[in-house]
Design a protein. Structure first.
Length: 170
């Protein structure tokens, strides 16, 4: 009788449903409980072409190619003192940027830099170290087109993101 009382006590204390099989208590899986998952976004900028005015790259979101990038040149940027950012991996968050009142992705803890965003633009003069999105055509060096279209596609992917990381590599 004491064994049965102990068994019943165990059954009612357990948070998971249990079944008695040959006097052994077997824990059954819990069903119909919400599964919480974080939406993680991994961004990769792969720099592929360098000129005296700009750095062109490929832009991947969760290992899927989305578009091209344009950044300032590494050593001779159009805006003196604002070259492309160092290679590395950065956390990012959505923040307000510029006078348009829109939110864009800002890279965090870029060495020696602040306000490094991913935003729209077409040419090196449109960036002070930020990453511009668009489509590169070799017949127009130092230029990306369709920037606002590519930026809108990218920003739609950020909805509901809990964590964002961006890796800049060559």
């Amino acid at each position: 009788m004491d064994f049965l009382k102990s068994l019943l006590s165990l059954l009612f204390q357990s948070k998971q449903p249990t079944t008695t099989v040959n006097t052994q208590v077997v824990t059954e899986p819990v069903v119909n409980q919400p599964i919480t998952t974080k939406k993680l976004i991994q961004i990769k900028v792969l720099r592929t072409i360098k000129s005296s005015k700009s750095t062109i790259g490929q832009f991947f979101v969760n290992n899927v190619y989305l578009c091209n990038t344009l950044e300032p040149a590494e050593t001779t940027p159009v805006h003196v003192g604002h070259p492309c950012i160092p290679l590395g991996t950065y956390k990012a968050s959505v923040q307000f940027f510029g006078t348009d009142g829109k939110k864009h992705l800002e890279l965090q803890n870029v060495p020696g830099r602040t306000e490094i965003f991913i935003h729209g633009g077409n040419k090196p003069e449109d960036t002070l170290g930020c990453i511009l999105l668009g489509i590169y055509n070799a017949s127009q060096p130092d230029w990306v087109s369709s920037s606002q279209v590519e930026l809108a596609k990218f920003e739609a992917m950020l909805v509901g993101a809990d964590e964002i990381a961006i890796t800049v590599t060559e």
